[in-house]
Design a protein around this ligand. Structure first.
Ligand code: AMP
Length: 114
C-alpha cells in the first residue's frame, strides 16, 4: 500500500499541528485552511479511500465520526454548526490517498460545494 504524507505525520516523520490523538485516530490542522477551523481527522490505519473501506472498518469509521462530533463540542462550534467532508478519488477532489475527514467550521458554508 502506498505511503502518503499522512502516514509520515502518524509516524512523526514530518511535523503537523496535532489537535487530537488516541490509539487509532489522529487529527491535525490542514496546511491550507479553507475556514477559520479546518482540521483533518484520520484513522491511523492506512485506508486509501472511502471506497476501500471494508466491513471490518465499520466500527473504526463510526468512532472516527464520533471523535469529530466530540471535538466540535469541546471546541465550542458544535451548536453553531460545521461541515464534515470526505473527498473520494479523482472526481471527489481527493489529493491525499489516506482516508480523512475534513472538519470545517467558523463560517457559514455554501451549497452546493464546488
Ligand atoms: P484531499 O484533497 O481531500 O485529499 O485533502 C487533503 C488535504 O490535506 C488538503 O486540504 C491539504 O491542504 C492537506 N494537507 C496536505 N499536506 C498536509 C500536511 N503536511 N499537513 C496538513 N495538511 C496537509
Amino acid at each position: 500500500m502506498a505511503d502518503t504524507i499522512f502516514d509520515k505525520i502518524v509516524r512523526r516523520e514530518i511535523p503537523a499541528d496535532i489537535v487530537y490523538e488516541n490509539d487509532e485516530l489522529l487529527a491535525f490542522r490542514d496546511l491550507n485552511p479553507q475556514a477559520p477551523v479546518h482540521v483533518l481527522f484520520i484513522p491511523k490505519k492506512a485506508i486509501p479511500t472511502l471506497d476501500d473501506a471494508a466491513p471490518e472498518d465499520a466500527a473504526l469509521l463510526g468512532r472516527l465520526l464520533l471523535a469529530v462530533a466530540d471535538y466540535a463540542r469541546r471546541e465550542g462550534f458544535a451548536e453553531q454548526g460545521y461541515r464534515v467532508v470526505n473527498n473520494c478519488r479523482e472526481y471527489g477532489g481527493q489529493t491525499v490517498y489516506h482516508l480523512h475527514l475534513h472538519v470545517l467550521a467558523g463560517r457559514r458554508m455554501g451549497w452546493p460545494p464546488g
